[in-house]
Design a protein around this ligand. Structure first.
Ligand code: SAM
Length: 225
């Protein structure tokens, strides 16, 4: 991948107002997708589509990661849970916002990311290590449809696979004033990106951010095959 292709993609996302917030833009610039792809996909890294990462799974398109990172309202110091580590790229863009490289470690937040496929958890670990984010991202090979109660509650939860409905354990593991993003719908079709906001007194608000296409969430609260 050419550095200028990645920059051109970022400029387009800014022009289209998909990327708007300086820290989100900075994170996308600092963490190019090419470093998180299998070798045979690296030349496509700046093409704005999902790309195969093996095991029948994909890394999300840059515009989708941008939409989600903008909607998450991320802040330095937050604790974030991701369901679906895949390549580790999305987690690294989030880590760059909640624990930026140019901020003292004492202020850093942390990203916990779960992956149900062992081979992908290993792939994500390798990518995250090579990109220098091992101290800000923990990758756990587990069924994340039940969340990760060991480190709950979380300021933010992001699910990067489509669920049949919002799993109750994820709602329970969200802090008051927390935000969760989750694609909800059938396998490959009729999916919407849902934003769940938990108020200070625990009230849940549900908002539809529009149509999306994600691989299915599997596991206990996922789709059954
Ligand atoms: N965020 C990823 C990235 O940056 O590459 C892309 C994620 S991919 C669209 C969805 C991932 O969710 C797949 O790697 C899939 O194996 C994983 N997944 C599906 N069901 C899961 C579950 N119950 N727990 C954890 N991971 C799951």
């Amino acid at each position: 991948m050419e550095k200028r292709d990645w920059e051109k993609l970022i400029e387009n996302l800014i022009k289209e107002r998909i990327l708007r917030t300086p820290k989100v833009i900075k994170a996308m610039r600092s963490v190019p997708r090419g470093n998180f792809l299998p070798e045979n996909m690296q030349s496509y890294s700046a093409v704005d589509t999902p790309l195969p990462i093996g095991f029948g799974q994909t890394v999300s398109a840059p515009h989708m990661v941008s939409i989600m990172n903008e909607a998450l309202q991320l802040e330095i110091g937050q604790k974030v849970l991701e369901i679906g580590a895949g390549s580790g790229w999305h987690a690294a863009t989030i880590a760059e916002i909640v624990a930026p490289s140019d901020t003292p470690r004492s202020e850093w937040g942390h990203v916990y990311t779960t992956e149900i496929i062992e081979g992908l958890a290993e792939f994500a670990r390798k990518n995250v290590r090579n990109a220098g984010y091992s101290d800000r991202i923990t990758i756990i090979c587990t069924d994340g449809s039940m969340g990760y109660p060991e480190k709950a509650p979380y300021d933010r939860i992001i699910v990067t696979a489509a669920a049949p409905d919002v799993p109750q354990p994820l709602i329970e593991q969200l802090k008051p004033n927390g935000i969760m993003l989750i694609p909800v719908g059938t396998v490959h079709l009729f999916q919407s990106l849902i934003k769940i906001t938990k108020s200070a007194d625990g009230e849940i608000k549900r908002e539809n951010l529009g149509g999306v296409a994600f691989v299915p969430l599997t596991g206990r609260y996922g789709h059954k095959f």
